[in-house]
Design a protein around this ligand. Structure first.
Ligand code: ADP
Length: 162
């Protein structure tokens, strides 16, 4: 069984992430979308919420599992018997970050390789930050995220409006 881990913050998951996860599921026998527990950035959704959203929007793909994790991605991969880490690439700055990450991964765990999938053109501009900025400013995010995520954003931002 060829297992890959697709790690990220997914705060929240958007159509660009979903595209990468689905394409990875077409390449590997099993894909584990791994939601990083405590990234060094401020979060709009807690871990449980982020996992629940990813799970809901990818529920139709039978070889995708969703799990949260903390600590090193390579340790999570070893725990789950995965030898590949999948990441998505949009722009050159992503490449630089992923290149550095990939060399670090190689140092830490030579048996684990990183595979980067290029974004689909229509998602090249899309990030969780952009989604949150548009939602915060009162814009519609329905073309960027599936409906459950759009609803969660509306609820969270309405709740947080003073
Ligand atoms: P991280 O904080 O680990 O970068 P993200 O949730 O922002 O977590 O992203 C997870 C992965 O998905 C990263 O590899 C990122 O480059 C990729 N990704 C994010 N947005 C897109 C997109 N629009 N198209 C393709 N890949 C993307």
């Amino acid at each position: 069984m060829n297992t890959a881990v697709y790690p990220g913050t997914f705060d929240p998951v958007h159509n660009g992430h979903i595209d990468i996860a689905r394409r990875a599921a077409g390449i590997f026998d099993r894909v584990i979308v791994a939601v990083y527990d405590l990234p060094q950035k401020s979060l709009l959704f807690n871990t449980q919420e982020r996992v629940a959203m990813v799970r809901e929007v990818l529920a139709d793909v039978s070889n995708i599992e969703v799990s949260s994790y903390s600590g090193l991605t390579v340790d999570f991969c070893r725990e789950r018997g995965a030898h590949t880490v999948v990441r998505g690439l949009r722009v050159i700055s992503d490449f630089e970050r992923e290149y550095q990450m990939s060399l670090t991964t190689r140092e830490l765990a030579p048996e684990i390789d990183m595979v980067c999938l290029m974004t689909s053109l229509q998602y090249a501009f899309l990030s969780s930050t952009i989604v949150k900025e548009v939602a915060l400013a009162g814009g519609s995010v329905s073309q960027f995220v599936p409906e459950p995520v759009s609803a969660a954003l509306r609820a969270r931002l309405t709740h947080h409006t003073p």
